[in-house]
Design a protein around this ligand. Structure first.
Ligand code: AMP
Ligand code: GLY
Length: 431
């Protein structure tokens, strides 16, 4: 039986561990550092940080682990895959060069421009005076300002007018609000439409498209309030199904993979396209080099095929040997429950109740994002996003009702959630 190590501690990693635990080949799962829910499925290595490449690789060697799956972007951008490969270890994720797709917005935009991939018009600036002058002369707003590097999902600012844009560029480039990440800034055309996420697993040659999904980034109902890591999601996303998905594969995913190959990068891992479906067709908002969170929590419960086989084949460059993956046709809806105050400051350590009851409901899986197992066996909150409560159903309404039914059974002081997850899909057919 195979042994797997998953790196990360969020809802995405819980969903990865859950899908891996369903693989007939997998005998043991480790997760570094893991969380209170992952502890039910995996041995959590709470002393290991994702940045401790040498410590993790030593552990993998000592335990003869067959595959390491990297969840979050930071270790990928910092080169964990290069390090593991140098040590001869099998690992799922792109190398540092490939992870630039997410780690540098300028790299990603330039790659797309060279290969005519539809995306928002843009300019890259590394001098404050040039950026300031450009924004001063611009006469169409809103405009989008993006820190080039990783900024924990917070490096994108939509500026409604010139005053706003000039203040933001000063904040980014002069005051270095995002540190090194904003020494370079991308100024981008504002796109209108509906957002959707398309994920593909690839070994650099073959693409395996996963179910489509849509997340809800804003903190409050009606997409109001500041952006978060994601307050809920559903899969599939009807807006990108059918012919639209084939167009996205042909016009976006394949040209990007080809572009990476032309740079000498054999990209193995997840290609995640964040898209805006505009009146003029799909446009790329961003690429990520890992699975989305919370999209993974609604995609993977639908996966009927062996996730271990897929990730291992991608890591080994053998994806073409696998049959196409099979997915449950029923949709899945996931509602994130968060700590009061999130995405601003929030309290942690709140005792949680009702999780077992919620998880025992038909078609429901509760993925933990920020929870901690206490010494007495109970669970406490340990993050902004605390759990993602997912449910499958016969249609979107059924899935949504089951998810909210389970949400109603979970309690802790200060818990809140959006009440309108999947509203765009309700009444639509899943495929
Ligand atoms: P990102 O971190 O690139 O995913 O951006 C965060 C969010 O900002 C996206 O999910 C969109 O809602 C919004 N956004 C980013 N770029 C654009 C754009 N060019 N036009 C409109 N909205 C955008
Ligand atoms: N759900 C958005 C992300 O994972 O980046």
């Amino acid at each position: 039986m195979k042994k797997v190590l998953v790196i990360g501690s969020g809802g995405r990693e819980h969903a990865l561990c859950e899908a891996l635990s369903r693989s007939p080949q997998v005998g043991q799962i480790f997760c570094a550092p893991g969380n209170g829910g992952i502890a039910d499925l995996a041995e959590c290595l709470s002393d290991y940080l994702a940045g401790d490449f040498a410590g993790l690789a030593d552990f993998v060697e000592a335990q003869s682990i067959d595959l390491t799956v990297v969840g979050p972007e930071n270790p990928l951008v910092d080169g964990i895959v290069d390090y593991f490969q140098e040590r001869g270890l099998s690992v799922f994720g792109p190398t540092k060069a490939g992870a630039q797709l997410e780690g540098s917005k300028a790299f990603c935009k330039d790659l797309m421009a060279r290969h005519h991939v539809p995306t928002a018009g843009y300019r890259v600036f590394d001098e404050f005076d040039d950026a300031h002058g450009y924004l001063q002369s611009l006469d169409y707003y809103p405009v989008v300002l993006k820190a080039d590097g990783l900024a924990a999902g917070k490096g994108v600012v939509i500026c409604e007018n010139r005053e706003d844009a000039l203040a933001t560029i000063t904040d980014m480039m002069e005051a270095k609000r995002f540190g090194e990440a904003s020494t370079k800034v991308v100024v981008e055309e504002f796109l209108r439409g509906e957002e959707a996420s398309v994920h593909a697993v690839t070994d650099g040659e073959t693409l395996m498209i996963f179910p489509t999904a849509q997340d809800h980034k804003a903190v409050h109902d009606g997409d109001k309030g500041p952006n978060t890591g994601g307050m809920g999601a559903y899969s599939p996303a009807p807006i990108v199904e059918g012919p639209m998905l084939r167009k996205i594969e042909r016009d976006i995913l394949l040209p990007v993979l080809d572009g990476l190959r032309k740079l000498g990068i054999r990209y193995r891992g997840v290609l995640y396209a964040g898209l805006m479906i505009t009146k003029g067709g799909p446009r790329v908002i961003e690429f990520n080099a890992r699975f989305g969170d919370p999209e993974t929590e609604v995609m993977l419960p639908r996966l009927k095929s062996d996730l271990y086989a897929i990730l291992k084949a991608a890591a080994d460059g053998k994806l073409s040997e696998l049959d196409p993956p099979e997915f449950d046709e029923r949709p899945c809806v996931g509602v994130v429950m968060a700590s009061g105050g999130y995405p601003g400051p929030y309290a942690a350590g709140k005792p949680m109740y009702g999780l077992e009851d919620a998880g025992a409901q038909p078609d429901v899986t509760v993925f933990h994002a920020g929870t901690r197992l206490r010494d007495d066996g109970g669970l406490s909150t340990a993050g902004g996003r605390v759990v993602c409560v997912t449910a499958r159903g016969d249609d979107f309404r059924d899935a949504r009702d089951k998810a909210y039914g389970a949400v109603g059974r979970i309690r802790w002081e200060g818990a809140f959630y959006r009440t309108d997850i999947a509203h765009r899909a309700i009444g639509k057919q899943p495929v």
